[in-house]
Design a protein around this ligand. Structure first.
Ligand code: ATP
Ligand code: MG
Length: 396
């Protein structure tokens, strides 16, 4: 790897990927691809994968922006801004001094740690570390704000000496973790305008599953604003996906009207959600999505009891993944804030379920009951009409 001395280096670690055995290269390839996509438009950036890491070189003026974008790339465990140095002790020491000053401008404790991969370089790793520390203390000239600490330093100045050159890095920022998006295939996210489902989508992305989204819209009972809210949520998810999100908007009004015209309010939510799942499964098949994701959590609302989930789930074969299943609302809200979806989710626009919400929804529905009520509905006709009216948008 050739590194121009005037470029800023970003060293990228991918923790969990290292465990993937023979698939490791496929994962790394995906990660490098996703990093390249995330850095699109930053012309001076270059991405290489070598020595068990990914390295980004950036023009100094673009390094901060690059770092910001990399923090939204799943599969990255941590990132350290690094500097290249001539492979010579005094040059390495000078760069180490700069790295320390950059990482701890107001002082603090540090230690120097060296990895001497190039065995032709004179001295042992501990000897080199000590020599660099001595140089640093000489240049600090008694500045009492700095001190060495071998056990719990504020930063470790890491020095790597390799065949190709030497690298020095200090501060390390955490990455998003998880696995590279789309290394785990693609799924269909049932995206309402609420707080939970965008978080569920983010959880899919975090585990390497790319997403498309489906939204059920009850025009004219729910307006343009509620649709735009879902577009905005897709844009947030697109940022984490590092790629546009395809959104399928299904006109759900006729189905809801048919269910309530049937006179059955108590089972309204159950029947509505059975229709949602059927539609989602069909769109998933068309779009080669391997599972559905929802923002359900156990016990949150009437449709999220185990009895409800069983009756709703029974109409389809596709796996339904519910990454929020064990989380409390508070935990979900905190995550929504850190993802950036919370402020959009709390905008006060009607959702299709709240429009038709019955006074006393059935909390423990019975499958045979639901099936009996559905005999009065022309399920196939309702499904194909809704599918025919589905619009697909791409949001980035
Ligand atoms: P959310 O905050 O995600 O809206 P919720 O707590 O309001 O969830 P429900 O309204 O029961 O719960 O919805 C449960 C899940 O069903 C949602 O997380 C979402 O995955 C899906 N869902 C609900 N309404 C819609 C909709 N209009 N379009 C697409 N999916 C929906
Ligand atoms: Mg909701």
């Amino acid at each position: 790897m050739e590194i121009a001395k005037d470029k800023q280096l970003l060293l990228i670690r991918y923790g969990e990927l290292g465990l993937k055995g023979r698939n490791k290269n496929i994962f790394i390839h995906k990660l490098v691809h996703n990093i390249r996509t995330a850095l699109k438009g930053l012309d001076g950036c270059d991405v290489t994968s070598t020595w068990g890491r990914v390295w980004v070189t950036a023009e100094p003026g673009q390094a901060a922006e690059a770092l910001q974008r990399l923090r939204c790339v799943f599969g990255i465990y941590s990132i350290s801004p690094a500097h290249a140095a001539e492979k010579e002790l005094s040059a390495i020491s000078a760069v180490a001094f700069d790295v320390l000053q950059e990482a701890l401008p107001a002082g603090g404790t540090f230690k120097v740690e060296t990895r001497r991969a190039d065995k032709t370089f004179p001295g042992t790793s501990p000897e080199i570390s000590r020599a660099i520390a001595t140089y640093i203390f000489d240049r600090l000239a008694g500045d009492s704000r700095y001190d060495a600490d071998m056990h719990h330093p504020d930063i470790t100045v890491d020095v790597e000496i390799r065949g190709e050159g030497a690298f020095v890095y200090g501060a390390t920022v955490p990455g998003a973790g998880g696995l590279p998006v789309s290394s785990g295939g693609k799924a269909l996210l049932l995206l309402s305008g609420g707080i939970d489902s965008p978080v569920a989508g983010w959880m899919a992305l975090k585990r390497g599953v790319a997403i498309e989204a489906i939204h059920f819209h009850s025009f004219p009972f729910t307006g343009e604003k509620s649709k735009e809210k879902v577009f905005a949520l897709c844009r947030i998810l697109a940022r984490w996906q590092n790629a546009p999100v395809k959104l399928h908007v299904v006109h759900f009004t006729e189905i809801q009207k048919a269910i309530y015209a049937n006179g059955e309010a108590e089972y309204g939510i159950t029947l509505m959600r059975r229709m949602m799942f059927r539609l989602a499964e069909r769109i998933a098949a068309q779009r080669r999505c391997l599972a559905l994701y929802t923002g359900e959590s156990v016990g949150q609302v009437a449709s999220q009891t185990l009895e409800s989930m069983a009756v709703i789930n029974s109409v389809i074969d596709l796996p339904v993944l519910r990454p929020l299943v064990g989380m409390d609302k508070e935990e979900i809200m905190a995550l929504a804030r850190s993802i950036g979806s919370y402020d959009i989710s709390i905008l006060p626009y009607e959702d299709c379920c709240t429009v038709f919400l019955p006074k006393y929804p059935k909390i423990r529905p019975v499958k045979a009951e639901a099936e009996k009520l559905e005999e009065n509905l022309d399920i196939e006709a309702l499904l194909s009409e809704a599918l025919a009216r589905t619009e697909t948008l791409t949001l980035s």
